[in-house]
Design a protein around this ligand. Structure first.
Ligand SMILES: Nc1nc2c(c(=O)[nH]1)N(C=O)[C@@H](CNc1ccc(C(=O)N[C@@H](CCC(=O)O)C(=O)O)cc1)CN2
Ligand SMILES: Nc1ncnc2c1ncn2[C@@H]1O[C@H](COP(=O)(O)OP(=O)(O)OP(=O)(O)O)[C@@H](O)[C@H]1O
Length: 199
């Protein structure tokens, strides 16, 4: 459902506005703190493939995390795919990019270099809001839920970690059947682990 009557749409608007309104110095120091927390997260891979995202719309930036990654990891970016599930592609600064339909840069690679989500060791997941159980509200396309639906029945890898500003936290998001909870959410203030559901 979309439109003003949808509480998820209202929360999306409100959080996207709040996130865009943050001043640049707070943004930079928050991004550095989040990078440290993501790198220190228990079980964070020291080799293998790790997916980030190209920050847009006030999202917390991942450059500091990318620069701090262990040398044996391969940094990847998401690529929209026609089956509705994200693929991923290795990317290093300077390599070619092409804007997707939302204007977000993606690695400009031949199809045969696109990687399935199952081959990742960890993914940093962008989000608009998150709650105490580490459920997330995203941009509304369902991309991350469809892509990592297999994590509903199987443990990490890939480890799924949210990156956000603390102001994006809410007590409880209305859970949807398809929501895949994150293994943790790092903000400038804390590393949030999922709280067990109360009866
Ligand atoms: N940085 C980043 N990359 C990402 C995501 C994300 O949330 N953040 N996605 C997470 O799923 C996927 C892309 N999904 C998206 C869904 C909607 C819109 C969006 O901006 N919609 C506009 C209106 C339409 C448009 O301009 O295309 C809007 O809502 O204002 C962007 C990305 C994959 N890559
Ligand atoms: N596993 C799935 N299988 C089929 N459809 C799904 C699945 N997950 C999500 N969807 C569809 O995606 C739509 C959008 O979901 P939702 O509003 O939770 O997106 P989101 O998590 O906010 O977006 P995004 O992950 O792109 O940032 C839902 O209406 C649902 O129909």
């Amino acid at each position: 459902m979309t439109g003003t009557a949808d509480p998820r749409a209202a929360l999306r608007r409100c959080m996207r506005d709040a996130r865009r309104a943050l001043d640049p110095p707070s943004r930079v120091s928050a991004a550095n703190a989040v990078a440290r927390r993501l790198l220190d997260f228990p079980g964070a891979p020291i080799h293998g493939r790790v997916a980030g995202y190209w920050a847009m719309d006030g999202e917390i930036a991942l450059h500091a995390w990318q620069l701090g990654l262990p040398p044996a990891t391969t940094y990847c970016l998401p690529v929209l795919h026609e089956d509705g599930r994200l693929r991923f592609a290795a990317w290093r600064p300077g390599e070619p990019l092409a804007a997707n339909r939302h204007g977000i840069p993606e690695p400009d690679v031949p199809r045969e270099l696109l990687l399935d989500a199952h081959t990742l060791d960890a993914a940093i997941v962008p989000l608009v809001a998150f709650d105490a159980r580490c459920h997330r509200l995203g941009m509304g396309g369902g991309w991350y839920d469809r892509t990592f639906a297999f994590r509903a029945e199987s443990p990490a890898p890939p480890l799924l970690l949210g990156a956000a500003f603390e102001l994006q936290r809410v007590d409880t998001l209305q859970a949807e059947a398809w929501d895949i909870p994150l293994d943790g959410v790092c903000t400038e203030r804390a590393t949030h682990l999922p709280e067990p559901t109360r009866p």
